[in-house]
Design a binder for this molecule. Structure first.
Ligand code: ADP
Length: 515
C-alpha cells in the first residue's frame, strides 16, 4: 500500500497547472496553532505561495480545564496538507522539505501498540495541574526546576500535564510502567503519525518547555522525570530544530518529503524574524504578547521573573533565549470593545487613539488576572487612573492601546537587565502589530526602531527556514537575511522629557494596582 485516492488525483495534475518557483521546489510549513492548523507553501524568496487552514475545536470540561482532540488536530492538519497541494497545483514531488511549528507545552499521551490517544490533548492554557505545581513548590523543588530547565514551576509547562494523565486515566500508570505509552507535544504527535509511527521525536525548543529537560546538558533529566513519576520510555528522542526527523509516509504524500524543521511557535517566529544575533528580540502582539530575546550560546538566568529557554537549535549550536509574556494585550482591546462598548472593531483603536494628542494623563493597567513578568503580583487587579473631566472615550481607548506598549517596555527592560544586551531594534508581528499607532508609540517609548516584516506568517516562515536550511534549499542564514523584507518601520519621535513623564505616570499607575 502507499497510494491513496487523493495521491493519485494529485499525481494526475499537469505540470502546466503548477506555479513555478524557478528552481522547481518549495518548502511546506505546518503551523499547528491552538485555534487553527495550517499548511503553507513558501518559495525560495520566503514568499507565501499558497495556504490551507482548518479551525480546531477546543473544550472546557471544567473551570480552568482546556483540552483538544488529538485526532482532530492530526486529521485537520493532514487535510490542510492535501488541500494546499490541490489549490496550488504543487505536488509532493516538488516539496523539498516540511517544517513544523506548533502550539507549545500542549501534550498528547498515546498507546504504543494502537497509536490511539488515551486522553484528550491537555492544552498549554489548562490550569488543572496547579495543585501538582503547588505541591512541588512546597516540597522544595523550585530551585532544581529553575536550575535545570530555566523555567519557573507552573502548570503551563507539559510535565505536570503528563503526570495528571498518568494519575487520572484508568490503567495509564501501569501501561506507562510497562513501556506501553508514548507521549509528546503536538509536533511529536504529528511527526509520529505523519511518519506512520516510525519516528518518536521532538526538537530542543519544544523539549525546553516540558519542565523535564535539562537545557544545559540538552537531555531529559532523570531527577525531574522521577519527581513527576514519568518513565523515560514515554519520552521522545530530542533533536536539533533543523535536520532530518523522518519522511512523511506515502499514505499522506506520495513522494514522501522529509520533515527537517521543528520548533515551538514562539521560537519559530524568532527564527522567521532572523533574530540570529545575541540581543535581537521579537514581540508577537496577539491576545497576549510573547517576547523572546536571543541571548546567544550562554543560558542567562533571570532575576526579573523571565524564563530561560532554548531559542534556536540550528547549525550545530544552541542559542538560548529569555522569554517573557504579557497576559493581557490584544485582549484589552477586546475588553474595551465588548465590555465597555467604546469601539466596534479592534482596528478602530488606531483612528480613535490618533484623534487625540495624548491620553491626557489617563492610564489603563489591565491586571485583570494579576501582573505577570517582571512584577509577578497575582493579587494585583486592574485600574484606570488619572481621570479628569477632560477624559473621554478617545483617551480611554488610547490608554488601552498604550498599555500594550508599556507592558512590553517593562519586559524588554527586564531582558536588557538580565542579558546585559542593549536593544537596538524590535521585530514585531501578530494581529495588534497591524496597529500603526501602537507601533509608533512602542518605538517612542523604547527610543529604538520598530520593524514589522512584510510577511505576517513569521512563525510558519521560521519553520520553513529551519526545514529548508537542512536540505540546502537555502544555503545559509545570510541568504535568509537577504530574503527579509520589512513591511513597515517606525522611528522614535518622542522627546526624552515626554518619555520620562509618561513612564513615571505608568509606574504610578502600576503601584495603584498593588495597593
Ligand atoms: P492570537 O494569535 O493570539 O489569536 P492575533 O495575532 O490574531 O492573536 O491578534 C488578535 C488580537 O489582536 C485580538 O486580541 C485583537 O483584539 C487584537 N487586534 C487585532 N487587530 C488589532 C488592531 N488593529 N489594533 C489593536 N488590536 C488589534
Amino acid at each position: 500500500m502507499g497510494t491513496t485516492i487523493v495521491d493519485s488525483v494529485l499525481d494526475g495534475m499537469g505540470e502546466a497547472e503548477r506555479p513555478d518557483s524557478g528552481d522547481g521546489g518549495y518548502v511546506m510549513a505546518l503551523d499547528a496553532g491552538t485555534t487553527s492548523v495550517r499548511a503553507i507553501l513558501f518559495d525560495e524568496y520566503g514568499c507565501k505561495v499558497a495556504t490551507a487552514s482548518r479551525p480546531l475545536s477546543i473544550s472546557y470540561p471544567q473551570s480552568g480545564w482546556v483540552q483538544q482532540d488529538p485526532v482532530e488536530i492530526l486529521s485537520r492538519q493532514i487535510a490542510c496538507m492535501i488541500e494546499v497541494q490541490f489549490t496550488s497545483g504543487i505536488h509532493s514531488d516538488r516539496i523539498r522539505a516540511i517544517g513544523i511549528s506548533n502550539q507549545r507545552e500542549t501534550v498528547v499521551v498515546w498507546d504504543r501498540s494502537t497509536g490511539q490517544p488515551i486522553y484528550d490533548a491537555i492544552v498549554w492554557q489548562c490550569r488543572r495541574t496547579a495543585p501538582i505545581v503547588d505541591a512541588l513548590v512546597a516540597d522544595g523543588y523550585s530551585d532544581l526546576i529553575r536550575e535545570r530547565t530555566g523555567l519557573v514551576p507552573d502548570a503551563y509547562f507539559s510535565g505536570t500535564k503528563i503526570k495528571w494523565i498518568l494519575e487520572n486515566v484508568e490503567g495509564a500508570r501501569e501501561m506507562a510502567e510497562q513501556g506501553n505509552l508514548m507521549c509528546g507535544t503536538v509536533d511529536t504527535w504529528l511527526i509520529y503519525n505523519l511518519t506512520h509511527g516510525t519516528v518518536h521525536a521532538t526538537d530542543y525548543t519544544n523539549a525546553s518547555r516540558t519542565m523535564l529537560f535539562d537545557i544545559h546538558k540538552l537531555a531529559w533529566d532523570d531527577d525531574l522525570c522521577e519527581m513527576l513519576g514519568i518513565p523515560r520510555s514515554m519520552l521522545p528522542e530530542v533533536k536539533p530544530s533543523s535536520g532530518l526527523f523522518g519522511h512523511v509516509s506515502s499514505y499522506v504524500m506520495t513522494h514522501r518529503p522529509p520533515i527537517t524543521g521543528v520548533a515551538g511557535d514562539q521560537q519559530a517566529s524568532l527564527f522567521g524574524h532572523c533574530c540570529f544575533e545575541p540581543g535581537s528580540v521579537k514581540n508577537t502582539y496577539g491576545t497576549g504578547c510573547f517576547l523572546l530575546m536571543n541571548t546567544g550560546t550562554e543560558a542567562k538566568a533571570s532575576c526579573h521573573g523571565l524564563v530561560t529557554t532554548i531559542g534556536i537549535a540550528e547549525g550545530g549550536e544552541v542559542d538560548y533565549a529569555l522569554e517573557g509574556s504579557v497576559f493581557q494585550a490584544g485582549s484589552v482591546i477586546q475588553w474595551v470593545r465588548d465590555e465597555l462598548g467604546l469601539i466596534e472593531h479592534a482596528s478602530d483603536t488606531e483612528a480613535v487613539a490618533k484623534s487625540v494628542p495624548d491620553a491626557g494623563g489617563c492610564y489603563l493597567v489591565p491586571a485583570f488576572t494579576g501582573l505577570g513578568a517582571p512584577w509577578w503580583k497575582p493579587e494585583a487587579r486592574g485600574v484606570i487612573c488619572g481621570l479628569t473631566r477632560a477624559t473621554d472615550r478617545a483617551r480611554i481607548v488610547r490608554a488601552a492601546a498604550e498599555s500594550m506598549a508599556y507592558q512590553t517596555y517593562d519586559i524588554l527592560k527586564a531582558m536588557e537587565a538580565d542579558s546585559g544586551h542593549t536593544l537596538t531594534s524590535l521585530e514585531v508581528d501578530g494581529g495588534a502589530a497591524q496597529n500603526d499607532f501602537i507601533m509608533q508609540f512602542q518605538a517612542d517609548l523604547l527610543d529604538i526602531e520598530v520593524k514589522r516584516s512584510e510577511i505576517d506568517e513569521t512563525t510558519a516562515l521560521g519553520a520553513a527556514y529551519l526545514a529548508g536550511l537542512a536540505v540546502g534549499y537555502w544555503s545559509s542564514r545570510d541568504e535568509l537575511r537577504s530574503n527579509r523584507a520589512i513591511g513597515a518601520r517606525w522611528q522614535p519621535q518622542m522627546t526624552g522629557a515626554t518619555r520620562e513623564r509618561l513612564l513615571a505616570g505608568w509606574r504610578d499607575a502600576l503601584r495603584r494596582t498593588m495597593e
